[in-house]
Design a protein around this ligand. Structure first.
Ligand code: NAD
Length: 246
């Protein structure tokens, strides 16, 4: 039997990240879940990962902390022996119109969404370089491509992820490390479930495929980008948005 790959997924305690972790676990990966919430918030995810037959461990860490991320990356390699796949999924919003946006709202979103990806890539790739193998996928957003009123900080962070991804792809391609981004559109989550029917209808009008995406749609794209089928793909931004931004 082929050796299992080890995937580090940030923000995997819940939501899209949890679905990515489970999808990779079902695809013969062991999983390092990195999330800043208390481990109890990820209990269900951890149980499901174990049921899927994955060796799975939870690491509490704020991805915006440079030193903390190094410590976690080192610990994961101690525990699992390697990191083959890095999925930068942790992200937050702090929406406000530019006129009202505070410095703290700007700094928080940029340091988690963008610097968090840098921190992870910086501290995980030395291990990938030694193995001459690595698959990096960072979760951007269509908002990073199209902009969005009220989300200057979030859109800038998600656009930044694209520049970071393309640069990493160019720097590390010769070492068999690929770096790609996935840009989700509107995905059905607790947040979108809370919208009124009217608000939902307005959203559907923006989407040629006429419905919201599911978390599984994002996980499927990640699974493809880390697979052998995608071995010749690097530096791309794969939109998974029902055609919302064409
Ligand atoms: P979510 O809020 O449900 O989950 C985010 C997870 O990240 C949580 O478990 C949270 O604890 C963790 N997290 C937050 N800050 C962290 C930090 N500093 N360090 C470590 N972990 C942290 O969000 P989601 O909807 O599942 O979104 C996941 C990713 O997809 C985010 O990057 C988001 O920007 C992106 N995205 C989501 C949508 C959507 O429609 N939901 C659309 C486009 C992009």
């Amino acid at each position: 039997m082929a050796e299992k790959r080890v995937a580090l997924v940030t923000g995997a305690g819940r939501g899209i990240g949890a679905c990515i972790a489970k999808t990779l676990a079902a695809d013969a990966c062991d999983i390092a879940v990195v999330d800043y919430s208390d481990a109890s918030a990820a209990e269900e995810t951890m149980r499901e990962l174990a049921e899927l037959g994955a060796a799975a461990r939870y690491y509490q860490c704020d991805v915006s902390g440079f030193a903390a991320v190094k410590a976690v990356a080192d610990q994961i390699v101690k525990d699992f022996g390697k990191i083959d796949i890095l999925v930068n999924n942790a992200g937050v919003t702090a929406d406000d119109l530019l006129l009202r946006m505070s410095e703290a709202e700007w700094d928080r979103v940029l340091s988690i969404n963008l610097k968090g990806c840098f921190n992870m890539i910086k501290h995980v790739t030395p291990y990938m370089l030694r193995k001459r193998y690595g698959r990096i996928v960072s979760i951007s957003s269509v908002v990073g491509l199209m902009g969005n009123a009220g989300q200057a900080n979030y859109a800038a962070s998600k656009a930044g992820i694209i520049g970071l991804t393309k640069s990493v792809a160019k720097e590390l391609g010769s070492r068999n490390i690929t770096a790609n981004a996935v840009a989700p559109g509107f995905i059905r989550t607790a947040m979108t479930d809370a919208l009124t029917d009217e608000q939902k209808q307005a959203m559907y009008k923006l989407i040629p495929l006429g419905s919201l995406g599911e978390v599984q749609d994002i996980a499927n794209a990640v699974k493809f980008l880390v697979s052998e089928d995608a071995r010749y793909i690097t530096g791309v931004v794969l939109k998974v948005d029902g055609g919302m931004y064409i």
